[in-house]
Design a protein. Structure first.
Length: 584
């Protein structure tokens, strides 16, 4: 049943959600383009998709249900499998005598309704809902998966009949290990373990053999959490299964091994980077999850703002020079690098990269992976890249003097070069490059901008507001740091001129059913050091890291700590989380 355009227009006007003049103008536009009035209003931002759904439901007499804070019983929720629920945006929320009430974003999706009717054998009553309600219910599938995961492990672990693998036991042959890897309980355990990690949005999986058991841990939002303990007898089979997936040597247990494999779920395509390391009780496995179908990022989504974002945009407009991203392992350097690369990725430039490994595939970018085993290093790759007529070169990491020298030379000879470097701060990258043998006069000619960064966890919506007095602020950082934050807030017009730091709010995490510890997801805190004439002068005279950073602060650079405090005042994260990530 469709809603006519005249009925839709009448009810939008009656709702008062959009001014009459805007509705009339959109109606004229819709007739010209031969599109729906609702679609035009959504495109113009005058009406939300959920509001349009409610209006249509009201016209058609379809009940609307709000499930934002509703807990659905597991036996009702599981009547519709999660893949179908996600694909068709349909969830079960109430079961009656011979009928099932379902909430949908599109109640005219008859194939989805018919599929659920055939699967359950119940009469289906369709109700309309909004996206926030749907997200809340889909999140509940994750909670039920934890229970399912535990049940599967306890059930399947009892069926495992494997060769005992202890330091004193006999070594299993390659054929035995292959049989273990194909054992059905082991296949189910590994598959469920991987899928669970994907749904939990884990960045790493740790499988650690111990004397009596195997510990499985997930790194979620930068923090390791115990996920499961498995029986010791399952260790050899799980290791063998992952080796088969990653195409590693089954009978090699004394040397570290690295591999890679891919896995597709209904919503994600994930690449697993596998690292095997021999330990006393067996091989420890760490798998890094790299989502290939993740949404594209922008600088503001990553946490850049104000002058910091302007400095990066200014550097990307240059046709030559060096842009560096610095920070420790796991600080999001690669994501920032790819985001800047995405900004630069236009049809009129040739972009080439040399990486270890290639973490994301990018369209129109020529990506090469190093292979030290055959002598193909960053330095060799970079040497070859400059003969490929590139405009922009991305080097995964500057690790040694040879790579640094080649990157600097490439930047001097008409290329824009992007790379990462392991240092604790943006200013610290300059002495690090000098330690690698790069001459100061070459640095001042090529360096455009250096970004230092860390990742902090985001606060969930149910956060608690509070105030910090001067005494409490002194325990966090010096007054000069808070003055810099207040200046940034004022410059960006987020607080009124004349506001005092005492009047600026901060926020605490509040645990809830949806956010177990009050946090969900991560965002970057950054310092963006633009190489100004004054900083070039310091570099030429071998200025210290502190001197370079002090000059950058005089030029309005926010340090990582200051940017963290800035984000804490915006309710993005908490002061405690900032201090956990960075201290000065």
């Amino acid at each position: 049943m469709q809603v006519s355009e005249s009925e839709l227009k009448e009810f939008i006007l009656d709702s008062g959600l959009v001014p009459r003049k805007d509705v009339e103008a959109a109606d004229e536009e819709a007739k010209k383009r031969k599109q729906s009035l609702g679609d035009i209003l959504i495109a113009q931002g005058a009406l939300s998709t959920d509001s349009l759904r409610r209006i249509k439901a009201y016209v058609l007499g379809i009940p609307f249900v709000n499930l934002k804070d509703r807990k659905i019983p597991l036996e009702v929720l599981s009547l519709i499998p999660e893949p179908i629920a996600r694909t068709h945006s349909i969830v079960a929320f109430r079961k009656g005598e011979g009928e099932l009430e379902v909430a949908m974003l599109d109640t005219e999706d008859l194939p989805a309704i018919d599929s659920v009717r055939k699967t359950t054998g119940l009469k289906i009553q369709a109700r309309l809902t909004d996206e926030d309600s749907l997200k809340n219910v889909l999140l509940q599938y994750q909670k039920s998966l934890k229970e399912e995961f535990g049940d599967l492990i306890s059930t399947e672990a009892g069926r495992i009949n494997l060769i005992k693998d202890t330091p004193e036991g006999e070594e299993a042959s390659g054929e035995d290990l292959k049989k273990m890897a194909e054992d059905l309980p082991i296949v189910r355990i590994v598959d469920t373990l991987l899928r669970h990690a994907i749904i939990q949005k884990a960045s790493d999986i740790h499988i650690e053999p111990m004397e009596q058991e195997v510990l499985v841990r997930y790194r979620i939002d930068g923090v390791l959490h115990d996920a499961m303990t498995l029986p010791r007898t399952a260790a050899a089979g799980i290791t063998a299964r992952i080796k088969v997936l990653a195409n590693l040597k089954l009978d090699e247990k004394r040397l570290p091994q690295d591999g890679r494999f891919k896995m597709e779920t209904e919503t994600d395509k994930v690449s697993f980077r596998v690292s095997m390391l021999p330990t006393y009780f067996g091989e420890k496995i760490v798998m890094r999850l790299l989502r290939e179908t993740g949404e594209g990022f922008t600088l503001d989504v990553l946490g850049f703002h104000g002058d910091s974002m302007e400095r990066i945009h200014k550097a990307t407009k240059q046709t030559t020079g060096l842009i560096l991203i610095s920070g420790p392992t796991g600080s999001g350097k690669t994501t920032t690098l790819y985001t800047i690369l995405d900004i630069l990725n236009t049809p009129d430039v040739n972009i080439s990269t040399v990486e270890d490994p290639i973490e994301y595939q990018m369209k129109r970018v020529n990506q090469t992976q190093v292979n030290p085993g055959i002598g193909f290093t960053f330095a060799n790759g970079l040497r070859s890249l400059v003969r490929q007529d590139p405009d922009i070169i991305m080097v995964g990491e500057i690790r040694d003097g040879e790579t640094a020298s080649l990157a600097i030379n490439a930047a001097l000879t008409g290329h824009l070069v992007l790379s990462t470097i392991h240092t604790n701060s943006a200013a610290g990258a300059i002495p690090r490059l000098m330690d690698m043998g790069v001459e100061p006069f070459l640095l001042v000619s090529t360096l455009r901008v250096i970004v230092g960064q860390r990742l902090v966890r985001r606060l969930c919506d149910g956060k608690e507001q509070y105030s910090l007095d001067a005494e409490e602020r002194a325990k966090v950082a010096g007054q000069d740091k808070f003055d810099a934050v207040l200046k940034a807030l004022t410059d960006e017009k987020l607080v009124k001129a004349g506001t005092k730091m005492d009047d600026v709010p901060f926020y605490k995490p509040v645990p809830s059913a949806q956010c177990e510890d009050g946090y969900s997801g991560r965002i970057g805190i950054h310092e963006v050091l633009s190489v100004s004439p004054a900083i070039r002068d310091l570099i030429l005279h071998n200025g210290t890291t502190d001197a370079i950073e002090e000059q950058a602060r005089k030029e309005d650079m926010l340090t990582m700590l200051e940017d963290g405090i800035y984000k804490a005042t915006r309710g993005v994260t908490s002061i405690e989380e900032v201090l956990r990530a960075v201290t000065e």
